[in-house]
Design a protein around this ligand. Sequence first.
Ligand code: SAM
Length: 163
Amino acid sequence: MIDRVVYRPIGVIHSPFKNLEDMPIQPAGARGAQGTVVVHPELSIGLRDIEGFSHLYLLYHFHRVKETRLEVTPFLDTQSHGVFATRAPVRPNPMGISVVRLVGREDNVLHILNVDVLDGTPLLDIKPYVPDFDVFDVDRIGWLEQSGKAVVQHRSDDRFSRS
Ligand SMILES: C[S@@+](CC[C@H](N)C(=O)[O-])C[C@H]1O[C@@H](n2cnc3c(N)ncnc32)[C@H](O)[C@@H]1O
């Protein structure tokens, strides 16, 4: 079994959010927030044809996480849950995922909207978002049944950033 995986960032995500607190907690709460994805120039050939997609998945490293927690009280709840039943950043592998809107490309720079990521976050991968692949008629959303809609207004606090 492989017990260690090392990835090199493929670039950096820039956003208006310079502090971990009081920022959106999902793209649904970041409507209109403009950002850029700067891909390392030597990888820019890998962006060919990306302009054809309106939405992209960004996969990234939560580089400001200082600890791992297996149980967390997420931003949208007052009850504790197993971390894998949440989107909290304090995960054993602190990887994040966001669907953003692609508004344009200049060489190795992608202009994006609805970014919910801290400025300077290391980018691990980009994939096109394809509704036929990625949208399902779900019949349960766990604890988020109670509070999922609040994501639009809800902002982060310091629960995952205080040391
Ligand atoms: C709840 S996570 C969800 C992010 C992503 N959409 C996901 O589902 O994986 C979003 C929060 O993570 C924190 N965060 C964002 N970028 C971060 C980074 N680079 N390092 C550590 N924490 C970060 C902020 O507090 C932000 O509000």
